[in-house]
Design a binder for this molecule. Structure first.
Ligand SMILES: Cc1cc2nc3c(=O)[nH]c(=O)nc-3n(C[C@H](O)[C@H](O)[C@H](O)COP(=O)(O)O)c2cc1C
Length: 171
């Protein structure tokens, strides 16, 4: 977890890595990995998000600036990084995914707001170097702190698909 001066140093290093396009992911990522349904849900959420931020469709400069902001953890005072131990295989990675969800729920229960950021995993080597991590593969970073309730972006909520759309009932 990074806070205080370490967090400051890390944001500088992340922005430098971003400027140099140094993005050696531990877990390969591609937009193609999403199904059509997932892509549609993602686009709908993105439209709500960029709408709340006042970023017009096609405004690439503002989108790029917002992405840079994400490397500052959106202003959150703390960031946690979840590494998968061992070979980082799917079984171990899914365990860490379960841990992530529990962590987010626990934070919510304590009134702490969070933003899991898959994007931070693109900068795995930078995070490792800055935090002195020798082992494991970086799955995700989680920015967290108390929410600024007055920020319109914090009123954007992700939709939830109805049960029968995400479950196939047999028998
Ligand atoms: C695994 C995972 C990775 C994500 N990666 C990013 C990311 O890189 N950047 C980002 O701004 N939001 C990312 N999100 C979305 C936000 O963390 C958050 O889930 C979204 O704003 C919806 O808020 P809610 O989950 O509280 O409804 C990710 C979400 C998940 C579950």
């Amino acid at each position: 977890m990074a806070s205080g001066a370490t967090r400051e140093r890390l944001t500088d290093a992340l922005r430098a890595a971003h400027a140099a396009n140094r993005i050696p992911v531990d877990f390969p990522y591609s937009d193609d990995m999403y199904s059509e349904v997932q892509r549609a849900r993602r686009a709908a959420f993105g439209a709500g998000l960029y709408g709340a931020l006042g970023i017009a469709p096609g405004d690439q400069a503002s989108r790029a600036a917002y992405k840079e902001e994400s490397l500052r953890f959106y202003g959150a005072p703390h960031a946690a990084f979840l590494f998968v131990a061992g070979d980082g295989g799917p079984g171990l990675a899914s365990d860490v995914g379960a841990y992530l969800r529990t962590l987010l729920l626990a934070m919510t229960a304590y009134g702490v707001a969070s933003c899991p950021q898959g994007l931070l995993s693109f900068y795995a080597d930078t995070v490792r170097a800055e935090l002195g991590v020798g082992e494991g593969r970086l799955l995700v970073g989680v920015s967290f702190g108390y929410a600024d309730e007055s920020a319109p972006v914090n009123r954007v909520t992700a939709g939830r698909a109805p049960l029968d759309e995400v479950t196939t009932f047999h028998g």
